[in-house]
Write a protein that binds this ligand. Structure first.
Ligand code: MF3
Ligand code: CO
Ligand code: CO
Length: 282
């Protein structure tokens, strides 16, 4: 999301707060499990439809129908004037790509980002897809982005801070000679789409807010092969790398537990990381 956070309204599922950050109990975790799982199931369906010649608009149509068929509301439709269910971000598009008639081509890398609302709970998740065979550097980028998210999640536990998540992501990605996008952040999620806290994907140890059980937020690092700079195109949405280098992103919605965290948007089919399948195929 853009660096702005809407305040959550009072809801009985909110059992406490740390400043403007709501704390959720079992009801919230159960709601997020259902919303997160459905979003992940939608992505499992969509990755099966990704192939050369398919348009991102066709993928969007599939996602819209999936939401309808499962009694869910696509959160992106009507969000600040966005008209589609998915964000589809190809190659040097960092995030918020708009589904269009553009056909996927062999070698493209694609991020699909979906948020489904189930009984008022927002499950926000995105992952990377490879269109046919992709270059080694694209494969490496996707692998590093996936591992960045995994390391951010591993740092998400009571007593660590939002900054510790950023450090884990930044240290790893930059160690792989890639760069972390600064202009977009992870965000609190739950009864509203974009809430406090903001989750930076870079930072300093101990910085930010101390994590507490019941906090629910996304981690969604965007990693570039080149420089971190981005710009938003004239459509007001599409963010691209300034140097036109390839960019990748993946996103989970998680909740802080007593001992660590729970991931709400795991892929039921084990399809979150496409480089696992690429490695198996080669
Ligand atoms: N799902 C995106 C996020 O992770 C937000 C997309 S907003 C849209 O925060 F309007 F572009 F769809
Ligand atoms: Co998000
Ligand atoms: Co998202």
């Amino acid at each position: 999301m853009k660096q702005e956070a809407k305040r959550n309204s009072a809801h009985p599922s909110i059992v406490g707060n740390v400043g403007d950050i709501p704390l959720y109990g079992e009801e919230g975790f159960e709601g997020m499990r259902r919303a997160g799982r459905l979003g992940a199931l939608a992505l499992d369906m969509l990755v099966g439809a990704v192939k050369p010649g398919v348009t991102t608009l066709a993928l969007d149509q599939l996602a819209f129908e999936f939401a309808n068929d499962h009694g869910a509301t696509p959160a992106n439709v009507g969000y600040h004037g966005f008209l589609h269910t998915l964000c589809t971000s190809i190659n040097h598009v960092v995030c918020h790509g708009i589904p269009a008639e553009r056909e996927l081509r062999e070698g493209d890398i694609l991020n699909i980002d979906i948020t489904l609302i189930v009984d008022g709970w927002y499950g926000d998740t995105s992952r990377m897809c490879a269109v046919g065979a992709i270059s080694r550097k694209a494969e490496r980028l996707i692998g590093v982005t996936y591992e960045s998210l995994a390391r951010g999640i591993a740092a998400a536990r009571p007593g660590s801070t939002t900054g510790d998540i950023g450090v884990a992501i930044q240290t790893y990605a930059e160690g792989e000679r890639m760069s972390v996008v600064r202009d977009f952040v992870g965000h609190g999620v739950g009864r509203v789409y974009h809430d406090a806290p903001q989750i930076f994907h870079f930072g300093k140890p101990g910085e930010g807010v101390e994590l507490r059980p019941g906090m629910i937020f996304t981690i969604e690092p965007m990693i570039n092969l080149g420089k971190p700079g981005v710009k938003v195109l004239a459509d007001g949405w599409t963010a691209v790398t300034r140097d036109r280098s390839l960019s990748a992103q993946c996103e989970h919605s998680i909740g802080i537990t007593e001992t660590g965290c729970e991931i709400f948007t795991l892929s039921p089919g084990g399809l979150f990381n496409p480089t696992v399948r690429l490695a198996a195929a080669s």
